[in-house]
Design a binder for this molecule. Structure first.
Ligand SMILES: NC(=O)c1ccc[n+]([C@@H]2O[C@H](COP(=O)([O-])OP(=O)(O)OC[C@H]3O[C@@H](n4cnc5c(N)ncnc54)[C@H](O)[C@@H]3O)[C@@H](O)[C@H]2O)c1
Ligand SMILES: Nc1ncnc2c1ncn2[C@@H]1O[C@H](COP(=O)(O)OP(=O)(O)OP(=O)(O)O)[C@@H](O)[C@H]1O
Length: 389
């Protein structure tokens, strides 16, 4: 039986689809069978047909009609972190390992960059990869004693306020003991994988992937004690949405799976029994990935590193200096400050939410409103007159 590889490409990105075609070709040449989700295959077919992608055609097996997830050996993801989270959701019912090639912005979960696509495919063909297990969490929503939702997450479960103008009142707990209650924008319950994502933005610690732990990070808590917590993977962590302000909340898992939380809802998080499997080609330490992806300064390090490591660090520092200089030149020349280095490229399929403009009230409008509200002089006198009844 031929070895099957599932190709999961970001179909909103031309580059990702073109790389998917390249990977498919290389796999076929090596005698492997590429498989695609029917929807993804249709999009790629249409893009070829419309001349958006350059290829003679697309020869892949269709998942669920010609093969199932259980017939597939590995999933290759061509996209950014969002694509990995999407792929993990799609293959959740199986224990298929995923190997990601970064065609997104950050690509923290990716194993290879676009330039290494050939090498990544060769590693798949030669079975030259290791499978790393990433802890996932099991997420339950209870209203009273009724289980209203049951889901999971690779990065995090975030309990957030639904009304932007109100705080969410919560009490957080560990192992059926209350820890603290406060008003906040939300609470993030994350895995070590998610520690570099939303939890990181909330001031949580970075946890190395091989550590087994769960994090609880309050977001903008109006409280003197609102420190991030790191708890045992055997614990049950919980957030109760308090009824005292009658504010509802919303639960998001990996920014993909969501459920509304009425006041009084309880969210319980435990370690999942099914981890997510990520296939790794290079054994680059997590420290190095962290430094590279977050572009951390490491000048002055005197530890034991090889000459090639040192050359790579120096090259990275040179690039950073060039970029800094370039940003400075741009900033000086145009009087602007660059604030979003990772998201300068426009994102496909992102439609800004519809907003209603806030009416601007001018001084003249205000005076007019006061005039309308002020009772006319005779009305005022009439109000003062004693009433017959
Ligand atoms: N304020 C925040 O930081 C914030 C807010 C909402 C969601 N998120 C994150 O976005 C994730 C969904 O990702 P998406 O790509 O679909 O949405 P997206 O396109 O809005 O991207 C969110 C950002 O988070 C990064 N990211 C995702 N997982 C990561 C990880 N494990 N380590 C480091 N960075 C990571 C992505 O690279 C991207 O830059 C959620 O799981 C959540 O962690 C972050
Ligand atoms: N094939 C697809 N079809 C539709 N949407 C997709 C597809 N693949 C990914 N997405 C969605 O597109 C969004 C952006 O995904 P992508 O993987 O490019 O992440 P990114 O945010 O651009 O990169 P990074 O996460 O590395 O910064 C995510 O919400 C993801 O779920």
């Amino acid at each position: 039986m031929s070895r099957r590889i599932l190709i999961l490409a970001h179909t909103g990105r031309q580059e990702a689809m073109q790389s998917a075609l390249q990977a498919i070709e290389l796999l076929r040449e090596a005698g492997l069978t590429p498989v695609m989700m029917p929807h993804d295959a249709t999009v790629v077919h249409e893009a070829i047909h419309n001349g958006v992608l350059s290829a003679d055609g697309l020869t892949v097996e269709s998942l669920n009609t010609e093969s199932t997830l259980h017939d597939v050996e590995l999933g290759m993801v061509l996209g950014g972190d969002g694509s990995v989270l999407r792929a993990a959701e799609m293959v959740r019912e199986s224990d298929l390992p995923l190997m990601a090639v970064n065609l997104g912005h950050v690509g923290f979960l990716a194993e290879a960059e676009q330039a290494d696509l050939d090498r990544a495919v060769a590693a798949v063909v030669n079975r030259d990869y290791l499978v790393e297990e990433r802890m996932a969490i099991d997420v339950k929503v209870l209203v009273g004693t009724h289980l209203v939702a049951h889901t999971w997450a690779l990065n995090e479960a975030s309990v957030e306020k639904s009304n932007r103008e109100r705080m969410l009142e919560v009490v957080v707990g560990v192992d059926d003991r209350p820890i603290s209650s406060f008003g906040c924008d939300g609470v993030v319950m994350a895995t070590p994988t998610g520690s570099t994502a939303y939890a990181f933005s909330g001031g949580g610690p970075i946890v190395w992937p091989e550590v087994q732990a769960m994090l609880m990070v309050p977001l903008s808590a109006h409280a003197l004690f609102a420190r991030p917590l790191v708890v045992s993977p055997e614990s049950v962590i919980s957030v109760d949405v308090l009824q005292r302000t009658n504010e509802s909340g919303v639960l998001w898992c990996d920014g993909r799976r969501t459920v509304d939380l009425p006041a009084g809802a309880r969210i319980e998080v435990t370690r999942s029994t099914s981890p997510v499997k990520l296939a790794r080609v290079s054994m680059t330490p997590f420290s190095e990935r962290l430094v590279r992806k977050f572009d951390l300064p490491t000048e002055g390090w005197r530890g034991t590193i090889t000459e090639s490591d040192r050359a790579a660090i120096e090259a990275r520092e040179r690039t950073r200096r060039d970029q800094d200089n370039w940003h400075q030149t741009l900033a000086n020349s145009q009087g602007i400050r660059i604030v979003e280095p990772h998201h300068m490229a426009p994102r496909p399929e992102v439609v800004p939410p519809v907003t209603t403009p806030i009416p601007v009230v001018t001084k003249a409008d205000e005076e007019e409103i006061v005039q309308v509200r002020r009772p006319a002089a005779d009305e005022h006198d009439r109000e003062k007159e004693p009433r017959d009844d």
